[in-house]
Design a protein. Structure first.
Length: 215
């Protein structure tokens, strides 16, 4: 679905190519029947501010601190080593569906990358995967909404395309392994503590044996 590609572009680090494409993006949203009101504050900023200011705003929002990080698993696993396996599983999801990551300096859970992947999926599969990730997306969106960020509209739109409503994330995982072992005990393999077993529907989606193949 083209809407995911457009939202992916709008959520990327601003460059001149994106700014030059604002009129085309606006026209495509209209052509797709999408209510552009959600993203109009962002598009207006792109049209009114200079590139350096936009880039500074982007870095201050998404790259300084963890609150609004666009790396989805960071909000679920923090620095816990479980995140590494979740990233591997998501990479396999991409590869199994014929999608190769060309931006090698980004992790698989980078939201703009995930949205680009959804744009090449079959509509039903894209909806299922978005629904699996919507709790994290809603979590980031709420924080941006509380901060009155112009990027909030992207997350609001994503919620309208999800088949389920976002639910609050559970408490972030304890990052100290000894403390976690004491509080939760070992897992079934007797090694890792049981951290947030139900916190990530997206992670559990990776474990499905059957995958749809994109056209």
């Amino acid at each position: 679905m083209e809407i995911y590609k457009i939202l992916s572009i709008l959520l990327c680090y601003p460059d001149q190519e994106i700014l030059d494409a604002v009129p085309e993006i606006t026209d495509r949203l209209t052509g797709l029947g999408v209510d552009a009101a959600c993203v109009s504050p962002l598009l207006q900023e792109f049209a009114q501010k200079d590139l350096i200011t936009l880039q500074e705003d982007y870095v201050n929002t998404f790259d300084r601190g963890r609150n609004y990080s666009l790396h989805m698993f960071e909000h679920i696993h923090g620095e816990d080593r479980v995140r590494g396996q979740a990233l591997v599983d998501l990479m396999h999801e991409y590869q199994d569906n014929g999608y190769e990551i060309t931006v090698m300096d980004e992790l698989p859970d980078y939201l703009p990358l995930f949205l680009e992947f959804l744009s090449v999926c079959q509509p039903d599969q894209a909806k299922e995967l978005l629904g699996a990730a919507i709790d994290v997306i809603g979590h980031i969106g709420k924080k941006l909404r509380d901060a009155n960020s112009v990027y909030t509209g992207i997350f609001d739109l994503l919620e309208t395309y999800s088949p389920v409503k976002p639910q609050p994330l559970v408490t972030p995982p304890i990052r100290d392994m000894d403390e976690a072992m004491e509080k939760f005990g070992p897992n079934i393999e007797g090694v890792e503590p049981l951290l947030q077993p139900n916190a990530c529907k997206l992670c559990s989606t990776q474990n499905k044996e059957a995958n749809h193949v994109v056209s």
